[in-house]
Design a protein around this ligand. Structure first.
Ligand code: FES
Ligand SMILES: [Fe+2]
Length: 342
């Protein structure tokens, strides 16, 4: 599958890889085995023995190594075979699997998909908001979408859909569709901002405002960074306050291609109100994840079924005033991929 190679992709939430566990996950069309060494550092190697191509995740851990379940070749975190119980025990030159550089940061395990000589940790977006704050002000989730990751990115880069797709918790009552939001491009990022007055406020904020249920100014800034991660700063404020005076939720939506037509959807969120309230935290996370899976997911997956693997532009999509951020992020990504292939 075509994708940006010299880039970081989230391979897993930190919590998905347990001490002695092994997680097999297809990333960019390749099976990858994720586990932790005894010192806790994560490892990612190709989940496919080079002998007869059994997934190594079906095998067993042996210290920091993994033993293939079929004929017992043993592989180190580097991907190198370090033990061969057959014949004279010599290790064939080709007995190794790819290993992928990882960085664990802000509750996510980031995988470098490109050339090792070009690794650049500064390309990991700054999602350090998730490393601060009270434990009960934050939450993470994993979702799966049967759709190409660019279709999932389009969904968030054009938030006018919230007016039409989402129920009482997230509904914006037609305020976004009327706007032509401002779009800014900088480096590998596209930012789009929406600002509106809403009465009554979004269900998400309404009970927690100083005057619950009364009109509030709402805003959302979406910052997409290539290839597929977005930070949404969403807020509501009353009485003419600035953004920072009001309620704020920082929602991280991170897309990793699984295959051409499916996506790993990682979510991390933090809020600035009632930060110690564990029950509110649970309800907010469950409510938003439910909205994504019950309201966005059926539409996104139906779009995928209609489009198949045909390129969006060749289908000549109708463009609306809400489209520029989604269009520009697609164009920027295509430009970065083309530059890599030059
Ligand atoms: S398939 Fe792994 S050792 Fe044979
Ligand atoms: Fe949505």
């Amino acid at each position: 599958m075509e994708h940006l190679k010299n880039a970081w992709y989230v391979a897993a939430l930190s919590t998905e890889i347990e001490d002695q566990g092994m997680l097999s996950r297809t990333i960019l069309g390749q099976s990858v085995l994720l586990y932790r060494k005894l010192d806790g550092n994560p490892v990612a190697i190709r989940d496919r023995c080079p002998h007869r191509f059994v997934p190594l995740s079906m095998g067993k851990r042996d210290g920091d190594d993994v033993v293939c379940p079929y004929h017992a070749l043993r592989f180190a975190p580097s991907g190198q075979c370090v033990h061969n119980p057959h014949g004279d025990g010599l290790i064939p030159k080709a007995a190794k699997v790819q290993s992928y550089p990882l960085v664990e940061r802000d509750g996510f395990i980031w995988l470098w998909a490109g050339d090792e000589a070009l690794i650049d940790p500064s390309l990991i977006p700054d999602y350090s908001l998730l490393s601060g704050g009270h434990a009960n002000s934050k939450g993470y989730a994993y979702m799966h979408m049967q759709a190409n990751y660019e279709i999932v990115v389009d969904n968030i880069m054009d938030l006018s859909h919230v007016d039409h797709v989402h129920g009482p918790l997230l509904n914006t009552a037609g305020h976004l569709s009327a706007q032509q939001p401002k779009v800014v491009e900088e480096g590998r990022s596209i930012t789009v901002r929406w600002d509106w007055q809403q009465d009554p406020p979004m269900g998400f904020f309404s009970p927690f405002l100083p005057q619950p249920g009364a009109a509030a100014r709402h805003h959302v800034t979406v910052c997409w960074t290539a290839p597929g991660t977005m930070l949404l700063t969403v807020g509501a404020v009353q009485n003419g306050g600035r953004d920072d005076d009001g309620l704020l939720s920082w929602d991280h939506h991170l897309m990793t291609p699984e295959t051409e037509t499916s996506t790993h959807y990682f979510f991390g969120t933090r809020r600035n109100w009632l930060v110690e309230d564990a029950e509110l935290n649970r309800m907010k996370l469950e409510g938003t994840v439910h909205a994504f899976t019950a309201e966005d997911k059926p539409i996104i997956e139906a779009v995928q079924r209609e489009m198949g693997t045909t390129d969006l532009w060749s289908l000549k999509p109708v463009l609306l005033t809400s489209d520029p951020a989604a269009v520009r992020s697609r164009r920027l990504l295509a430009k970065l991929i083309a530059a890599e292939n030059r």
